[in-house]
Design a protein around this ligand. Structure first.
Ligand SMILES: *Cc1c(COP(=O)(O)O)cnc(C)c1O
Length: 375
């Protein structure tokens, strides 16, 4: 589908657009008609119940977005000033900012060259007596080896806060992500696999933590006595309107996942003869959500060349994230992560939304080939 109404008029194929072909509009109108537009209502309960069912994790607590989900999770686990949290330098910056907001210190970790994710061997090297938690991040729909990560965390007395913002619908050995962490968080921003416009979810099997999360996200107000606040709190609530969109999206998740797999598979097939680096998952039974189809070019100059060529032809692309340790306010003197920096310098994402047609994918691939100098 070509969207001419985007701000950049030259873009004909965007990197992402949400798939809103189900009951989204109907449920939102229902909120309007019933006047339940704030943070109480039927859709909140349905969205949480549906997400808990999807993931197989006991408690699902919705919040305003994926960034505050991470902060709330850290805060409610007692992570704060004086603590260190291990986080990959190659991640979206929200992971790192959530740690800073909690008062703790982010300690950066190198990435794995195969799956581009947090390198467990380097996690072990970065451990200090102040390390309180590990924050693995599942980027582009691929996952860290969470079983291994959980074993490591357990033997070192650490908590795991899993940033699964890009991993709604991702399964390993038949289980949805979230099984091996103390707490996992998801994002429902407009370009995520499942969207509510803005939104987030926190899941956990821990009853006490779940209660703390629920109370803290609601200004710390007691569930039995109104305006009694026995702890610090915030307003991280989601609205019923957001949840209404979320419920409609959950109903379509199977279709969305199927279409995104079609898109990924077609890119892989079309681009098989080009010298591109792809993420690799070390598990036989792996079902990704193929969040954004992403690959590495031979070097940074080649990436810029390909991105420019595609842009000139109305195809939007994105570079992958810049390493956090190289951002001005996080820069750490003398620190370098060769693998993470290498991925960050030559990785890019191409249009990956569910209703991208086969013809559009073929068209994009032809331009990628032409710009690399292939066939
Ligand atoms: C999107 C994203 C977030 C933040 O989610 P928002 O809903 O945009 O606040 C955090 N971490 C990762 C890895 C993300 O991709």
């Amino acid at each position: 589908m070509i969207d001419f109404e985007r701000p950049n008029m030259t873009v004909q194929i965007p990197v992402y657009q949400p798939y809103l072909r189900g009951n989204e509009k109907k449920y939102v109108m229902d909120c309007m008609d019933s006047t339940w537009i704030s943070s109480k209502g039927e859709y909140i309960d349905r969205f949480e119940a549906g997400f808990s069912e999807l993931t197989g994790v006991k408690h699902a607590i919705c919040v305003s977005n994926g960034s505050v989900a991470l902060h709330l999770a850290l805060h409610c686990l007692g992570v704060g000033k004086g603590d260190e949290v291990l986080v990959p330098s190659f991640t979206y910056v929200a992971s790192v900012n959530a740690i800073l907001m909690s008062g703790a210190t982010p300690v950066f970790v190198e990435s794995d060259p195969e799956n581009w994710l947090m390198d467990i061997a380097d996690v072990a090297r970065k451990l200090t007596p102040r390390t309180k938690a590990i924050m693995p991040v599942h980027l582009y729909g691929f996952t860290c080896d969470m079983e291994k990560m959980a074993q490591f965390a357990k033997s070192n007395g650490l908590k795991i806060v899993e940033d699964a913002a890009e991993a709604t619908g991702v399964r390993v050995n038949g289980h949805h992500v979230g099984r091996f962490a103390d707490v996992s968080t998801f994002s429902f921003f407009g370009n995520k696999t499942l969207t509510c416009g803005e939104g987030g979810m926190i899941i956990t099997n821990d009853d006490d933590l779940a209660e703390n999360l629920r109370i803290t996200k609601n200004q710390g107000m007691s569930t039995t006595r109104r305006y009694w606040h026995d702890r610090f709190g915030v307003n991280y609530r989601m609205t019923n309107i957001q949840a209404a969109i979320g419920v409609a999206q959950l109903e379509q998740l199977e279709t969305i996942s199927r279409e995104k797999k079609r898109v990924y598979d077609r890119y892989r097939r079309n681009l098989v003869d080009l010298p591109l680096g792809w993420q690799v998952q070390n598990s036989d039974e792996f079902q990704s959500d193929y969040w954004l189809v992403s690959f590495l070019l031979s070097d940074e100059a080649m990436r810029e060349k390909v991105m420019k060529h595609l842009e000139e032809n109305g195809i939007e692309t994105r570079p992958v994230c810049i390493c956090a340790h190289q951002l001005p306010y996080l820069e750490t003197a003398g620190v370098s992560f060769p693998v993470a920096q290498d991925i960050a310098s030559r990785g890019m994402s191409v249009p990956s939304y569910p209703d991208l047609s086969d013809e559009e994918i073929d068209h994009i691939c032809a331009h990628i080939s032409a710009s690399i100098g292939g066939i």
